[in-house]
Design a protein around this ligand. Sequence first.
Ligand code: SF4
Length: 317
Amino acid sequence: MSGANALHEKLSVTPRACFKCFMACGCLAMIKEGRHQGLKIEGPEYETLYAFGGLCLIDRIEEIAHLNDICDRLVMDTITAGNLCAFTVEAARQGKIDHRIDYGDVDAIAKLLNMIATREGIGDLLAEGIRFAAKAWNMEDIAVHVKGLEPAGYDPRVLKGMGLGYAVSDRGACQLRSTFYKPELSGMIAPDAIQGKAELFLDFEDRLTLFDTMIFCRFFRDFYTWNELGQIVHLLTGLSGADQELRKQAATIADLIRHFNIREGLTREDDRLPESLYKQLEKTGHQITADEMAFMIEDYCRLRGWDKNGSPPSLEQ
Ligand code: SF4
């Protein structure tokens, strides 16, 4: 049993909403039976299923919920935690570390989560992040991250705009800056398209930057177009809500963040995908090439008005 059927079979699920939200995207779940019977959590969400299910090969949803609960209590992000655990499994399998852990070994993974939180043993290094662990274990060739952040559950070999999003995101392989999986999965733009992708990506990224400034939930992205955002900004602040003005403000924020990152040492070479994501997917043949990525990133920088080094105009201009 897999997918949503497993969720409903093994867990008792009720919708959960933030105050007054009609979408109620959350779920409260309680494990019905087994060793975690009675455990209540909010989730597990898609990304947690990907990270502990897909990456760590845990095939029982109750156990994924159990790991989700541990991460919540330790205040750990489940995407990063799942990626780190899977990376540790690979390190152990390749003999890079002397630590007992394997795919599907829930108890060893649960133990590792606690070790990371308390910085015990190899947990001390893993708490620094995958980039540091990869360097210490001589595994940089297979470490999957951008700017030190591990990706979410959207494969850029299938959703090529997500590849652009991971590469240019100011905080690494983040799915939330632009949520560009949405237009690619919903048919707004073909997932394997390259031409025109940066333009639509930039539109999403800028609009969601304004969402962040107003602390709006991302899942309202289909309701609040530029036009609605303009009306909200004008009604709340009295400032112009004109489309071009809003886009200019969002672009300025992108420039400022980029300036900050460059000051902290970021270079154009950091806008990249990890090597392993250039490998063809065995089952489906999906692939993204370095040329495709280079085209989208160059297009993105051109549309942002950044130079060939990925630098925005100086702040004085
Ligand atoms: S859609 Fe957003 S506001 Fe609504 S329940 Fe989900 S997270 Fe909360």
